[in-house]
Design a protein around this ligand. Structure first.
Ligand SMILES: *Cc1c(COP(=O)(O)O)cnc(C)c1O
Ligand SMILES: [Zn+2]
Length: 413
């Protein structure tokens, strides 16, 4: 059941508004790209959330923000702990960059090891016992499988034939039924919609189900609260379909509308040179068009961003912008981040750090600005991408001979 604090849904393309009970997913007249934005009744919400209430709340998961989630107040707490991930000041990185006001938001620390859990938990709750399904090649699928398993719900996943093997193993281990579609991601997406309609499954397709961005916004809510309600100057967000960056915007927007913060941060989308559709739209007429995608950062490898229209609007409204970085920059940023901080990100997750280095080099960010880097997913899910660039082991003998080799090596250094 859709709770009463949701006022209406509005199509990002044609602007038509709907009552939430009328439409389960995208705009009926615009089709799947007519993503619906969720609008709340803030007067109804205001009595249920405040800085003081949050300070007294001992639930340190995203559930502390349930007043702002599209879930009934009566719903049980999620079984796994999602969100309220650490916001690290990381002294070593601050010293290295001479940036005294830099933070890392470490969303590798979620049950399935990516930010996508924040969205999947919403889908699993809204499913209310129904089977859940989605089409995805990566973290969206694995987080849905993890969250569905935590509720004991059946889960169907549609992957394109070329999906990475490690991620498929993760899905199968959580008990998902995985259909490998002889076709592209788009073919898998369409088949998933058709199967959901035919069998009554609940659909978690990214940039189609309107409530997923509402789960992702909790990362924005957390950043504001963890900074003591002092809004940062900018948040750097790895961007593919544009759902996460829209979620970050929505989190800050909710707090602004409730009078809990006094401004919004600039949102900076970081894309790969091999997948630049949102950057191109922002540099051009604002219309998102498909671009062939080819990048090592599989989480942000997106030919036609499914939430592009909303992302472009939100980046502009925040006063932000979008940049691309090369795959080489992403891989070297990933290594440097791990070496300097211990935070182990997958290539997509480290794109925000690559973006920061590029913006500093180009003089587009000042070193004293208050900057948050969003780290969206763990490298443990994506080892192959860095196997070559991670470095080499040093083979040695066992026993005394081995000790000699260690000694020689140490003296060499
Ligand atoms: C999905 C994902 C992204 C990109 O999010 P979008 O909503 O597609 O822009 C970035 N990093 C990781 C690790 C992801 O899984
Ligand atoms: Zn529409």
């Amino acid at each position: 059941m859709i709770p009463g604090h949701i006022h209406h849904l509005q199509c990002v393309l044609c602007g038509t508004t709907y009552h939430p009970a009328e439409v389960p997913y995208a705009c009926p007249s615009c089709g799947p790209l007519g993503v619906l934005a969720v609008h709340y009744d803030y007067e109804q919400i205001a009595p249920h959330i405040s800085r003081a209430q949050l300070a007294a709340d001992h639930n340190h998961t995203l559930w502390r923000y349930r007043a702002l989630l599209p879930i009934s107040y009566s719903h049980d707490t999620p079984p796994l702990e999602i969100g309220y991930t650490p916001l690290y000041p990381v002294k070593s990185l601050r010293d290295h960059l001479a940036m005294p006001n830099l933070w890392l938001k470490d969303d590798t620390r979620n049950p399935s090891a990516s930010l996508k859990d924040r969205a999947s938990i919403i889908a699993v709750m809204l499913a209310e016992g129904r089977t859940v399904a989605c089409a995805s090649t990566g973290n969206a699928a694995s987080s849905l499988a993890v969250q569905a398993a935590s509720f004991g719900l059946p889960c169907y996943i549609f992957v394109p034939q070329n999906a990475p093997r490690a991620k498929i193993v993760q899905l199968l281990m959580c008990g998902a039924t995985v259909f490998s579609v002889a076709g592209s991601y788009d073919d898998a997406f369409d088949l998933c919609i058709e199967a959901c309609n035919a069998f009554g499954w609940y659909n978690r397709n990214t940039g189609y189900n309107p409530y997923l961005v509402e789960g992702k916004k909790t990362v924005g809510l957390e950043i504001a609260e963890q900074l003591g309600w002092q809004v940062p100057d900018a948040v750097l967000v790895p961007t593919g379909d544009g759902c996460i960056i829209s979620g970050v915007y929505r989190g800050f927007e909710d707090l602004y509308r409730l009078g809990m913060i006094d401004r919004l941060p600039r949102l900076i989308a970081v894309q790969s040179e091999g997948s630049p559709a949102i950057v191109r739209a922002l540099e051009g007429d604002g219309i998102v068009r498909p671009y062939p995608a080819n990048t090592v950062a599989d989480g942000i490898s997106v030919g036609m961003p499914r939430n592009g229209a909303m992302a472009v609007r939100h980046i502009r409204q925040s006063g932000g912008f979008a940049i691309t970085v090369s795959d080489a920059e992403i891989l070297s940023a990933e290594k440097e981040l791990a070496m300097r901080t211990g935070v182990f990100a997958e290539p997509s997750g480290a794109a925000s750090y690559a973006g920061l280095l590029r913006l500093l080099a180009d003089g587009r960010l000042a070193k004293n600005e208050r900057i948050v880097l969003l780290i969206t997913g763990s490298c443990l899910k994506s080892i192959d991408a860095v196997a070559q660039s991670s470095g080499r082991v040093i083979p040695i003998a066992k026993g005394p001979e081995g000790m000699n080799m260690v000694t020689n090596k140490i003296h060499e250094e």
